[in-house]
Design a protein around this ligand. Structure first.
Ligand code: PLP
Length: 493
């Protein structure tokens, strides 16, 4: 990436960067779901124009109040609740991050215990800090060869619930970034008999309700609250999400209070309208669009599996409660057979073959087929992967141990103080390589997929240092700490 040394006042770096990416013409196999306008509803296209700017006002009486809706926002939220089958739906303008913050702040009290899978997105840790809750982490199951996390084993969940009968709720990531869905109905039952809440991060599942070929949506499985990134897989603008309330076990009033605390008092009307239009689009043709995405994805999968050296993950990984269903529109391609680490494959695909993936990890590369895609884009994706294989596949090559060895699974670090106390505690900066045995004051996350390796208040172990250095060496990007190269880390005094 070319970085200019010093910008001048007659430049606009963000808009320049946006123009450059769009101008590059790389095919988008990533979010947002409208795929650079390809699948945008005509009303959305009309809105993002000069006419839209004329309409982009806030707080006028006709436009209602996001925090106490009684007019058009109330009507739009009610229509969304009807379509997704929720008791009540809240429109959120700070993504699923904001929705998850509101969900946790609106259902938990200071000191409440909450069971959290270790593959939780950073927004869940953020919500826990805001609520002052006490997380009890649980390790999700891992597919060792692919190196991806799966869902939760009911046996493990039962054990954690028995050991923590005072827990108030459990958060579940459903489905995972890679589209793997746990058997959520079983978990809902286990929680509800104990009077615990099932809170679901369904950031990657706003489309599930619209096809039998997809895992069932969390609301259908008994979730009490569900947060969905409408922008990721459907047709709204980036930053827009929905929070669905599924039961009377939670107070919608309290969740609205939390949402009002966290969101702007001047919500952007274009964002709210884009959520409403995304709902309209799915009401008009959601089943057709979702079926097309599923069919295209299955076609792409079958084509990729004929390319030498590439393996596209499918239903064969299912058969357990923690890998119960797979969202086929998530195209995970394992690169072991062409001996190419994910980040390198990502760069080659982008700059040699004009295809941009959603994410790469050491062993895989992930593409998203959304409601916007057509056969044309999918053919180009298959061609690009064929080109990659032509360049890299070598039948006589020896198996690379980096790929064939089981992925290292970090044990869940011991917690010295809860995340909120640690967040507010006095901290000092020190050399990260010498921080073994000390307590982290920061969250350390690899992005994507945004899952924390260290949370504030957790002990840093030599194993964690080694793991982080290894991932950095393979090109993974860190977010969370003030020093994103992690030469230093803030530790608790
Ligand atoms: C599993 C998961 N949860 C929550 C989020 C946050 O969603 P948003 O980007 O809508 O804030 C993400 C974003 O990548 C995610 O992958």
């Amino acid at each position: 990436m070319n970085k200019k040394a010093k910008r001048t006042q007659n430049e606009a770096p963000i808009s320049e960067a946006m123009e450059a990416y769009a101008g590059d013409g790389a095919l988008a196999f990533h979010t947002p779901g409208h795929k650079q306008g390809l699948g945008a509803h005509p009303l959305l296209k009309k809105l993002i124009t000069e006419e839209g700017l004329r309409q982009e006002v806030s707080l006028m009486e006709e436009l209602d109040d996001l925090h106490a809706p009684s007019g058009c926002i109330k009507e739009a939220e009610t229509l969304a609740a009807e379509l997704w089958g929720a008791k009540e739906t809240l429109f959120m303008i700070n993504g699923t991050t904001g929705a998850i913050h509101a969900m946790l702040l609106g259902t938990l009290k200071h000191g409440d215990k909450v069971i959290v899978p270790r593959n939780a997105h950073r927004s869940i840790i953020g919500g826990i800090i805001l609520a002052g809750a006490k997380p009890v982490f649980i390790q999700p199951e891992i597919h060792h060869q692919l190196g991806i996390t799966l869902g939760l084993s009911p046996k493990k969940v039962k054990k954690v619930l028995q050991a923590n009968p005072d827990a108030k709720a459990m958060v579940v990531v459903y489905p995972t970034y890679y589209g793997v869905a746990t058997d959520l109905r079983v978990l809902a039952e286990m929680l509800h008999v104990r009077n615990m809440l099932l809170l679901v991060d369904e950031a990657h599942g706003a489309h599930l309700r619209f096809s039998q070929g997809l895992p069932p949506q969390a609301l259908e499985c008994g979730a009490d609250v569900v947060c969905q990134s409408t922008h990721k897989l459907l047709g709204s603008m980036t930053q827009t999400s929905m929070l669905h309330i599924g039961s009377d076990r939670v107070s919608s009033e309290r969740i609205r209070e939390a949402a009002a605390l966290l969101q702007s008092t001047s919500p952007n009307q274009l964002l709210l309208a884009s959520l409403d239009i995304a709902r309209l689009q799915m009401a008009e043709s959601g089943f057709m669009l979702a079926a097309r995405a599923v069919n295209l994805a299955n076609w792409v999968r079958s084509k990729i599996n004929k390319i030498p050296g590439l393996y596209c993950v499918g239903d064969e990984i299912l058969g357990t409660p923690w890998a119960y269903k797979l969202d086929p529109t998530k195209i995970t391609v394992n690169l072991e057979g062409i001996d190419l680490p994910g980040p390198e494959a990502e760069t080659m695909l982008r700059f040699m073959f004009g295809v941009q993936c959603e994410l790469s990890d050491p062993r895989n590369i992930l593409f998203i087929i959304s409601i916007a895609d057509t056969e044309q884009e999918c053919i180009k994706l298959v061609e690009a992967l064929q080109n990659l294989s032509d360049m890299r596949y070598d039948e006589s090559r020896e198996i690379n141990e980096e790929f064939s060895e089981p992925v290292p699974v970090l044990p869940i670090p011991k917690m010295s103080a809860n995340p909120r106390r640690s967040f507010f505690a006095n901290k000092v900066k020190m050399d990260f390589d010498k921080a073994g045995g000390l307590v982290s004051g920061e969250t350390v996350i690899f992005y994507p997929p945004g899952v924390p390796v260290l949370c504030p208040g957790e002990y840093i172990t030599p194993e964690i240092i080694e793991y982080i250095r290894d991932r950095q060496a393979k090109g993974a990007r860190i977010v969370g700490p003030a020093d994103t190269e992690l030469k230093t880390i803030k530790i608790l005094r």
